[in-house]
Design a protein. Structure first.
Length: 453
C-alpha cells in the first residue's frame, strides 16, 4: 500500500528522538531539525516547544546574521498516508503575525500561551530581537501525513505570501529520511574465541559490554573488510601511510613485538545487536566496527605475518536500534589517529545528505568527498573542506579564513535551502569562483582526482 514504507522509515528515524516528555509531534520536529534543517543536537531542545495552547508554534529558530525568525509547526500522523488538510497550515500562517513588531510579540505573551511557548519566547529573547529588526521570514510545516487537495491548493495560493510558507509532508520527508539514516550493522552471525574468558557487564537495560583479547588472525576474517562495509559507521576509512599507520605496520612485521602488542594498542570497538558469552567465546548477531578501522585494515594487509601471539583488545557493545547512543560511541572512541571536526562529522546526516544529492545531481561526473580513504567512480571529487572554503568565501565576501569546521556548518553559513542546492552548480561555477577568491583561499583550493575504485 502506498506510503507504508515511507511512513515506516520516518517512524524509525524519529523513534530515537522520542525521549522524556516529548510528544510524537515534537519528536518528529526534533528529527527534522537535526536531519533536514541541520540544527546542532545541543540546540534542538532550545528550539522546541509543544502542547495545547502553543498558538500553532512548535518551534523557533533565529538567525541573528540575517535577522530572520523561522517558525515551525509539526503534526504527527499514526496512519500511513493520512491526509493533511489546510486548517493547520492556516493556523501557522496566522502565527506569523505575532512576529511583525515588538508590540505584536507583547500581544502573544498576553494571549495566555502555554508555559513552554512562554519560556521559549523569553529564552530566545524574541521581543528584543524583533525590536532590533528581526522578522518572521519563513513558516515551516512538518508532517508525516500527506497533503490533501485542500492543503495543496492552500499552499499554492500562498506561494507569494510573506513570510514564505514551506511544507514538508511525507512525500518530502521519506526521501530525506532515506538519504540521512545511519547505516545498518552487517547482518552476520560471528563467533570470536578469546585468549581468556571475556569480562562482561550490563551497563543499562539494553546496553551490554564485553571486553576480551582476540587474536588478530581471527579479526582479519571478519565479514565486510574487503568491501569496507564493516566500517560503514566509522568516521573515516583508510588514511593511507600516516606516521601512526606506518609504525603499526612495522610493529606487525616484527614478530618479537606480537606478545606485547595489546599492552600499547588502543584496540577495536565493535557494535552488535546481540551479545552472548559462553566460556571464552563471544557470539555476535550483527556487527560493525566503529573504532579501529585503520588497525584492522593494516592487519588484513599484513595477514601473512600475523601470529597467534598478536592479540588485540576488543570491546564489544550490544546496542538497540534505533538509538542515538551509537552515535556517541562512534564519536567518543575515535582517538587513535588525530581526528578533527571534519572526520567526526563525516558520518553525520548533513554530510551523508549532501553526498547523496551530489551523486544524484551529477551521476558518474562528480563525487562529494566526506571521509579519508573513500573511492569514487566519478572522475572528479569535490572535497567537503574545499566546498566549505568556497561557501565561506562567498558568504564573507572574501574576508573569511579557511576553517575545517565549516564543512559541518553549512546550515549556519548560508541556510538550509542554499546549503543543499550548493552542489548543483559547482561543476559550472567552481573555476570562476576559485579565480575570484582571495589569494590565500584560492591557492589552497585544489581539485583532487578520484581514488581508483
Amino acid at each position: 500500500m502506498r506510503w507504508h514504507s515511507e511512513h515506516a522509515l520516518v517512524e524509525g528515524e524519529i523513534a530515537q528522538f522520542l525521549i522524556g516528555s516529548r510528544t510524537a509531534s515534537s519528536a518528529l520536529l526534533a528529527w527534522f531539525l537535526h536531519a533536514v534543517w541541520r540544527v546542532e543536537p545541543e540546540d534542538i531542545d532550545e528550539a522546541i516547544c509543544d502542547g495545547c495552547g502553543d498558538k500553532g508554534i512548535d518551534g523557533l529558530l533565529v538567525d541573528d546574521d540575517l535577522r530572520e525568525i523561522t517558525i515551525f509547526q509539526s503534526k504527527h500522523r499514526q496512519n500511513p498516508g493520512a491526509d493533511q488538510g489546510d486548517v493547520s497550515l492556516k493556523q501557522l500562517v496566522g502565527a506569523g503575525a505575532y512576529f511583525e513588531s515588538a508590540e505584536s510579540v507583547d500581544r502573544l505573551m498576553r494571549s495566555s500561551p502555554n508555559p513552554e511557548l512562554s519560556r521559549l519566547l523569553v529564552r530566545l529573547r524574541i521581543r528584543e530581537r524583533v525590536a532590533d529588526g528581526a522578522h518572521a521570514a519563513r513558516l515551516v510545516f512538518v508532517t508525516n501525513g500527506v497533503l490533501d487537495p485542500a492543503g495543496s491548493d492552500y499552499l499554492h495560493a500562498m506561494a507569494s505570501h510573506d513570510p514564505q510558507l514551506e511544507v514538508w509532508d511525507l512525500a518530502r520527508l521519506g526521501p530525506a529520511a532515506e538519504r540521512t539514516r545511519r547505516p545498518e550493522l552487517l547482518a552476520h552471525d560471528v563467533i570470536l574465541t578469546a585468549a581468556a574468558r571475556p569480562t562482561t557487564a550490563d551497563l543499562d537495560d539494553d546496553v551490554r559490554i564485553a571486553v576480551a583479547l582476540i587474536p588478530a588472525t581471527q579479526l582479519v576474517s571478519l565479514p565486510g573488510i574487503d568491501d569496507l562495509s564493516l566500517f560503514a559507521r566509522n568516521v573515516r576509512l583508510s588514511e593511507g601511510r600516516t606516521r601512526i599507520n606506518r609504525e603499526l605496520r612495522e610493529t606487525v612485521n616484527d614478530r618479537s613485538e606480537h606478545k606485547l602488542f595489546a599492552a600499547y594498542h588502543n584496540g577495536l570497538t565493535l557494535l552488535t545487536h546481540s551479545l552472548v558469552v559462553e566460556g571464552d567465546q563471544l557470539h555476535l548477531n550483527g556487527i560493525a566496527v566503529v573504532n579501529g578501522c585503520q588497525s584492522l585494515l593494516s592487519f588484513r594487509d599484513r595477514r601473512n605475518v600475523l601470529s597467534e601471539d598478536l592479540k588485540v583488545l576488543v570491546k564489544v557493545v550490544q546496542i538497540s536500534e534505533p538509538s542515538s547512543f551509537t552515535d556517541k560511541i562512534t564519536y567518543r572512541t575515535n582517538n587513535q589517529n588525530p581526528v578533527d571536526i571534519r572526520d567526526q562529522r563525516s558520518s553525520d546526516r548533513i554530510q551523508r545528505d549532501l553526498q547523496q544529492q551530489v551523486s544524484a545531481a551529477f551521476p558518474g561526473e562528480l563525487g562529494y568527498g566526506i571521509r579519508e580513504g573513500e573511492t569514487f567512480a566519478a572522475p572528479e571529487v569535490l572535497d567537503n573542506r574545499e566546498a566549505a572554503q568556497l561557501l565561506m568565501a562567498v558568504y564573507l565576501g572574501g574576508l573569511g579564513t579557511p576553517c575545517a569546521k565549516c564543512a559541518s556548518s553549512t546550515r549556519t553559513i548560508i541556510g538550509s535551502s542554499a546549503a543543499t542546492s550548493m552542489p548543483r552548480g559547482c561543476t559550472s561555477s567552481i573555476s570562476s569562483t576559485k579565480s575570484s577568491l582571495r589569494c590565500d583561499l584560492g591557492c589552497d583550493l585544489t581539485w583532487r582526482r578520484a581514488s581508483p575504485v
